[in-house]
Ligand binder design. Structure first.
Ligand SMILES: [Zn+2]
Ligand SMILES: [Zn+2]
Length: 279
């Protein structure tokens, strides 16, 4: 059976395939009661999603975002729900993060050129397509030029943190993302916590920094992983949320909208923690 709740969905406002309105129509067609649009570092799809949501009275569209942060141990994504998506500070910060990624890409390409490996920026943009330019795109361009023989080699020799062509970008740390979401009136939830080797440590740290929930019911998680996350949510007083992380990719391999069971208590838990909610 389809879930009534899906709190993790992407659209063309970041790296999803379908426009925001289409994502909402799909959610309505699958009889969801609550959905959240959570594009990477962008709130550009929210207005369209909310407008489409008006046409489907049985479905509530929650304005959201998924903020990328990184720490030495890996990527940490922080979801924001019920954010004031028109908040100027939030918008400015998100735009700054996108620009800084492009600047960082350019800086790495310059360093590679100094090392005798010139690359064409236009080709890297082509490889990245609609996505924000990242290190894997640069690595692929290096493979194409024959500077290296496989993508991983770029990281091993040049563009990992200690590599000679590495460039830093302005980035938010996870606690900074939590603070940004809260400042925009929203609730912060740690996405797919198990991408981090020592997830519990981070959950504990972020709970102290004002985190509201963690993603427990995540499409690719197995039953025992969901159970472990549920225990952590309880231990640290966090709401257990979830979703599919749907991008509209290959329907043969991707979990469809609403294809992951997420209990209604996820939404109820969030609503109860909204600033100004009656307890
Ligand atoms: Zn993510
Ligand atoms: Zn996602």
């Amino acid at each position: 059976m389809n879930s009534l709740v899906d709190l993790h969905l992407h659209s063309t406002a970041s790296d999803g395939v379908f426009p925001p309105a289409e994502v909402v129509r799909k959610a309505a067609a699958r009889k969801l009661r609550y959905m959240a649009l959570t594009d990477h570092d962008s709130v550009d799809g929210i207005a369209e999603a909310l407008a489409e949501g008006e046409k489907h009275p049985c479905l509530t569209v929650i304005p959201g975002v998924e903020i990328s942060t990184d720490i030495a141990a890996g990527d940490v994504h922080i979801l924001g729900y019920f954010i004031n998506w028109q908040d100027a500070t939030l918008k400015r910060q998100l735009a700054g993060m996108r620009d800084s990624r492009e600047e960082r890409g350019l800086a790495m390409v310059e360093k590679l050129a100094e090392l005798g490996m010139p690359l064409e920026w236009s080709r890297i943009k082509e490889i990245a397509g609609d996505a924000v330019i990242g290190r894997p795109h640069i690595a692929q361009a290096m493979v194409e030029k024959g500077y290296i023989s496989y993508i991983g080699e770029a990281f091993e020799k040049y563009i990992s943190r200690d590599g000679p062509a590495y460039a830093e970008r302005i980035k938010l740390d996870p606690a900074g993302a939590v603070a940004l979401i809260k400042a925009a009136g929203g609730l912060a939830v740690m996405a797919h916590p198990l991408t981090l080797p020592n997830a519990e440590e981070m959950i504990k740290e972020l709970a102290a920094a004002g985190l509201t929930g963690i993603e427990v019911y995540y499409a690719s998680y197995r039953e025992y992983e969901i159970e472990r996350l549920k225990r952590w949510a309880e231990k640290y007083g966090l709401v257990a949320t979830g979703g599919t992380d749907y991008h509209g990719l290959d329907p043969a391999t991707e979990t469809m909208i609403g294809g992951q069971h997420v209990p209604l208590s996820a939404v109820e838990g969030l609503l109860a923690r909204l600033p100004g909610a009656k307890t």
